[in-house]
Design a protein around this ligand. Structure first.
Ligand SMILES: *[C@@H]1O[C@H](CO)[C@@H](O)[C@H](O)[C@H]1NC(C)=O
Ligand SMILES: *[C@@H]1O[C@H](CO)[C@@H](O)[C@H](O)[C@H]1NC(C)=O
Length: 540
């Protein structure tokens, strides 16, 4: 058995990065970067943190409605001049912004339906806490914004969800454990109420299929997508979790705001020192534990770059989903030529999302072939592969032999854009409808929606053994152990044993950035990059 020391350079910038990395896909400049542009610089008088503690990673306040609007509806209501307040309201065709007031705050969400009034469509939730409710931050400010373009092309409705807090308020002060695995209820978080009101709105509508909801997000938003999906399990079919999965107490990697190590309030009060000053001994998981469902397995497509500082959180979520009989699909990507990877979503994110979740019927084999030919042809004429891919799937698609409009791209089609690390991925059910167990598996500790949980559950969570050996447990160690041969690209990694340029920072552990970085508003933090050396032990 040999041990390799592998260095992976990561850029950690706090939860704020989460926002930014989201941004760092191809749509970068035009779609997300201005996302929280209306976030106030910090400490806008009353609504902010009492002590002026500048450790409020994400709590930079968004612009408030000043003065408050004349009308303050109590249920989601179409935006008007009289009630718009701080919501940015879309006036584009087939977009509608809704607003209402919850617990003293004005909330907003925006829908885009490519066929409104003519067809009931499945729904994709776009979680975007950093957007501060702006349309650009939601990726819903124009018809060719990536999620909107995808909604039109594939035939689903998009719903953009956000907050004025720049962070989601996760349930039960961030405490999730085997006695409270799913803190779903109005009493647990204002954002649960926000979700509930949106679900009720969709249930009452004839344009949106509230039994075919998919939730999606990147990083913190991916965590919220998982929370929303399990809390509203009877509405939600599948989840797209990019750049994060689940954090588990005592295991690497940690999330920037140290969830599962500290309660939300402890982190708020003590910043990254919360682990020493007031650790959360009741915490086990975060953001939610994926209890077994007796009605249908949940589909969860987890996407991660191997050099993302949160790589490993996807494996945790994957393991627990499988333990509970769900349909988890794990997509591991590596950095490649022209693709830096790291904490970011994949190239062609919405095509991967639709393809993996199987929102529409899969494309035929004939289509695979003609699509491949299309990309090859365009590359031969000088286009880079991503551009060729976009053109073939967007503008040329209807002319390709065997390609049914709106069909879900298959794995071979998507891998023209980016190849998965096969040995670390799980794609058996890619694109299919939910598969998993209907009977509660042996290792399962809870049932979705049940209030009675097995407090006694004697069996430790999967992989708990690892904690013992590993003071700094290697991210993804479980996978590595399973895989006797090093994953493809291990060679690359091995080459990297010579320390990368930022080796000075080596001593810094993988813990999140210092308070000063995590502080301020997210967008200041974005410009500050802390390179971190993550030491990964690859065992074979
Ligand atoms: C808007 O909806 C109408 C009616 O369903 C549809 O015909 C039209 O193509 C849609 N336009 C856009 C840009 O979504
Ligand atoms: C779970 O968390 C709650 C606090 O929300 C705590 O009272 C309870 O003891 C915890 N249970 C376990 C098993 O840690």
């Amino acid at each position: 058995m040999k041990t390799y020391l592998v260095f992976v350079t990561c850029c950690v910038i706090g939860f704020s990065t989460f926002a930014h990395a989201d941004v760092c896909s191809s749509e970068c400049e035009d779609e997300f970067i201005y996302g929280a542009a209306n976030c106030a610089e910090e400490g806008s008088d009353e609504d902010e943190n009492e002590e002026g503690d500048d450790d409020e990673a994400g709590s930079a306040a968004c612009a408030a409605a000043d003065p408050p609007p004349d009308e303050q509806p109590s249920v989601p209501t179409e935006c008007t001049m009289a009630n718009a307040g701080r919501c940015e309201c879309s006036s584009e065709t087939n977009f509608t912004t809704y607003t209402w007031w919850l617990q003293g705050q004005q909330r907003c969400f925006t829908t885009y339906h490519p066929n409104i009034g003519a067809q009931i469509l499945p729904v994709l939730f776009l979680m975007q806490c950093y957007a501060c409710d702006t349309l650009s931050g939601l990726g819903m400010n124009r018809l060719n914004a990536a999620p909107v373009e995808a909604a039109r092309r594939y035939g689903f409705a998009a719903v953009g969800l956000s907050t004025q807090d720049s962070d989601w308020t996760f349930a039960n002060d961030g405490v999730v454990n085997r006695s409270i695995p799913q803190a779903c209820g109005d009493e647990y978080s204002k954002d649960y109420v926000y979700l509930r009101h949106i679900m009720e709105f969709l249930e009452a509508s004839t344009d949106f299929d509230h039994t075919q909801i998919y939730t999606s997000g990147f990083s913190q938003n991916s965590m919220f997508a998982a929370y929303a999906a399990f809390c509203f399990e009877s509405n939600v079919v599948g989840i797209w979790q990019a750049g994060s999965g689940m954090v588990v107490r005592g295991k690497e990697p940690n999330s920037p705001q140290l969830e599962a190590e500290c309660s939300s309030s402890s982190h708020k009060a003590h910043g990254t020192d919360c682990r020493d000053i007031q650790p959360c001994t009741a915490c086990e998981y975060w953001p939610i534990y994926p209890c077994h469902s007796t009605t249908k397995p949940m589909i969860d497509c987890l996407m991660m770059y191997t050099n993302d500082f949160l790589s490993g959180t996807d494996d945790h979520m994957y393991d627990y989903l499988i333990t509970e009989g769900h349909d988890a699909r794990l997509l591991k990507f590596e950095p490649a030529e022209n693709i830096a990877g790291g904490h970011s979503a994949p190239q062609q994110q919405y095509d991967w999302l639709v393809g993996c979740l199987g929102i529409t019927a899969a494309c035929t084999q004939e289509c695979e072939t003609s699509f491949g030919d299309c990309v090859t042809r365009k590359q031969a004429s000088g286009l880079d592969v991503q551009r060729a891919f976009s053109q073939c799937i967007q503008t040329d698609f209807s002319t390709l032999t065997g390609c049914e409009s709106g069909c879900s791209p298959t794995l071979p089609m998507l891998e023209i854009s980016e190849v998965l690390v096969a040995s670390m991925s799980h794609t058996e059910n890619f694109g299919g409808s939910a598969e998993g167990s209907e009977a509660q598996p042996d290792g399962s500790i809870c049932i979705v929606g049940s209030t009675q949980y097995d407090d006694q559950a004697a069996s430790p969570p999967p992989g708990a053994e690892n904690d013992v050996e590993a003071t700094s447990p290697p991210p993804g160690a479980e996978n590595d152990v399973e895989a006797p041969s090093p994953p493809p690209g291990a060679d690359n990694d091995a080459e990297a044993t010579s320390p990368p340029p930022n080796a000075e920072n080596e001593e810094q552990d993988i813990s999140p950035p210092s308070d000063s970085i995590a502080s301020t508003n997210g967008f200041l933090a974005v410009s500050t990059i802390i390179p971190i050396m993550a030491v990964v032990w690859l065992i074979r």
